[in-house]
Design a protein around this ligand. Structure first.
Ligand SMILES: N[C@@H](CCC(=O)N[C@@H](CS)C(=O)NCC(=O)O)C(=O)O
Length: 217
């Protein structure tokens, strides 16, 4: 059965692949699962029909028969469990890869997301610059730690996994900030991920929404 995911009808990122449907598209492309995309407006997100799928009125969602999921991490995990290619078969290696999925969403994404939100919603506040510096210090701590752990490896646990997929989508939120450039290993890590054909197909898919081209995967 072909799953259907939701994405913004008009993404605020104007096709830069920063909205969280990108993770889901990328995971589906990595495992070779075709999918349909239903575009949702901001007002539709908050309507009862969408809230039945997503209690917080957000994208992405994932529907497959009578299964409906929300939360990009849970959706990527579901895809990774159902198909080969995103989680190792070996039980310990699999647990390590899942650990990185949680680390991406629970430890690395929060400070990066806080920084983005501060820029969007707190820009006019008198204390904005001071708070931004504090938030960026926190981002630097995490990036330094992550870069140190990655070292010269291609991927966090040897082979590409759903952990790398989520981590890269989290890090990409910093593209253009001037922050990533302090971490050449992380820049190379992101570039390696972006070079993957599945990433490129997913990116084109979400970009086509912005440019008005077809949107099915
Ligand atoms: N933790 C959720 C976050 C979902 C989320 O923040 N989605 C954003 C787009 S990336 C959204 O729908 N924003 C619109 C809104 O919250 O009204 C996930 O990972 O799926």
């Amino acid at each position: 059965m072909t799953p259907t995911i939701t994405a913004f009808e008009r993404s605020p990122d104007r096709g830069r692949g920063l909205a969280r449907d990108m993770r889901v598209r990328w995971a589906l492309e990595e495992v070779g699962q075709a999918y349909d995309v239903r575009l949702v407006s901001f007002s539709e997100l908050k309507e009862a029909a969408h809230r039945r799928l997503h209690p917080f009125g957000q994208i992405p969602t994932y529907e497959e028969g009578d299964l409906a999921l929300f939360e990009s991490g849970a959706i990527v995990f579901h895809i990774a469990q159902r198909h080969a290619g995103l989680l190792p078969d070996d039980a310990k290696a699999r647990a390590r890869a899942i650990t990185w999925m949680f680390a991406a969403l629970n430890t690395v994404e929060p400070p990066i997301f806080e920084r983005s939100m501060a820029i969007i919603v707190e820009r006019e506040k008198a204390w904005h610059e001071e708070r931004l510096r504090l938030l960026e210090d926190r981002v630097h701590v995490r990036l330094g730690e992550l870069s140190g752990r990655l070292g010269d490896a291609n991927w966090l646990e040897g082979v590409f996994s759903a952990g790398d997929l989520l981590m890269v989508t989290v890090l990409r939120r910093l593209v253009g900030s001037g922050i990533l450039e302090n971490y050449p290993r992380l820049c190379a890590y992101i570039a390696r991920a972006e070079a993957r054909p599945a990433y490129q197909r997913a990116f084109e898919g979400q970009l086509s929404v912005f440019t008005g081209q077809p949107t099915t995967g």
